[in-house]
Design a protein around this ligand. Structure first.
Ligand SMILES: [Zn+2]
Ligand SMILES: [Zn+2]
Length: 284
């Protein structure tokens, strides 16, 4: 009886017609949600990288095996400044570990760190984030970056989290900034303010898809500026991007932030491109 009465209310047989419409609408969306849930049980999703069936209902559409396959970079084997993995290089006692590039060059940022090497499944995962706007994946990456920050708490300390911005036109075309899909949940995890509008890209990236090393540096030189009126003075900034390729983008952003008075800039990226063959002074 109770059941029948409840369903009567649900269908609002005795309600005025305006309420009736609202209830019908509510029922319709409830049925739609229920059928979505049913679809995911009857037709479970595949891992977006290896196409294996996802056995549990995961928010991140990538299987545990693929997530575990990312080649993590560990703090004990990196260049202390730019975070480049120093494969097999012997650490000289009491001397900072620096890669060949950092021995010859000074970046605009104080240091940079990355979660894993930009290769194999991680390339696919970054593309999913970049072009499919998979927010749970951005959250998963943010968790990994927050672990990185915790592992070098003093060196990576910051007051604000800032995503590397896209040029206004590019962001309008894409509808979102993929770096912010990582930086926003990261700021939340670190209990820091997220300042997505602090920096802006004033010069668009050239249309050419592949840029040489020199072209990369040239294309971002002076391409970023802090937004007029924004408070940057004395701030320690955590600058977030998806991939660090040459360091040119982080460098240009950091220079704009330092010029505006930032106290320090730490670059944090999910992936780090490495050069093959292994780094030598000639390659750099
Ligand atoms: Zn997989
Ligand atoms: Zn370095």
């Amino acid at each position: 009886m109770a059941k029948a009465r409840r369903s009567n209310t649900l269908f609002s047989a005795q309600n005025p017609s305006s309420k009736k419409g609202a209830l019908r609408e509510g029922l319709r969306s409830w049925l739609a949600a229920a059928s979505d849930a049913l679809v995911s049980v009857v037709f479970p999703a595949d891992c977006r990288i290896c196409n294996e069936l996802l056995v549990d209902s995961r928010r991140v559409p990538i299987c545990p095996k693929c997530l575990a396959s990312f080649a993590r970079i560990f703090a004990s084997t990196i260049c202390e400044i730019c975070g480049y993995p120093l494969f097999g290089l012997q650490q000289k006692e009491r001397q900072p570990q620096l890669c060949p590039a950092c021995q010859n060059k000074t970046y605009g940022f104080d240091c940079a760190r990355s979660f894993a090497i930009y290769q194999g499944p991680l390339v696919r995962a970054i593309l999913l984030l970049k072009f499919k706007q998979i927010e749970p994946l951005g959250q998963w990456f943010a968790e990994r970056l927050s672990e990185l920050v915790a592992s070098e708490r003093d060196k990576l300390a910051a007051d604000v989290v800032v995503p590397v911005p896209l040029h206004r036109q590019r962001e309008r075309e894409r509808g979102y900034n993929q770096a912010a899909l990582i930086s926003k949940p990261l700021a939340k995890r670190l209990h820091l303010p997220h300042k997505a509008l602090l920096l802006m890209r004033t010069k668009a990236r050239p249309d050419k898809r592949i840029l040489t090393l020199e072209e990369r540096w040239e294309s971002v030189r002076g391409a970023f500026a802090t937004r007029p009126g924004s408070q940057v003075d004395n701030l320690r900034v955590l600058l977030v991007d998806d991939v660090l390729t040459t360091g040119a983008t982080l460098d240009a952003c950091a220079r704009a932030l330092r010029e505006a008075g930032a106290k320090s800039v730490v670059g944090l990226t999910v992936a780090r491109a490495i050069r093959n063959p292994l780094p030598s002074s000639v390659e750099w």
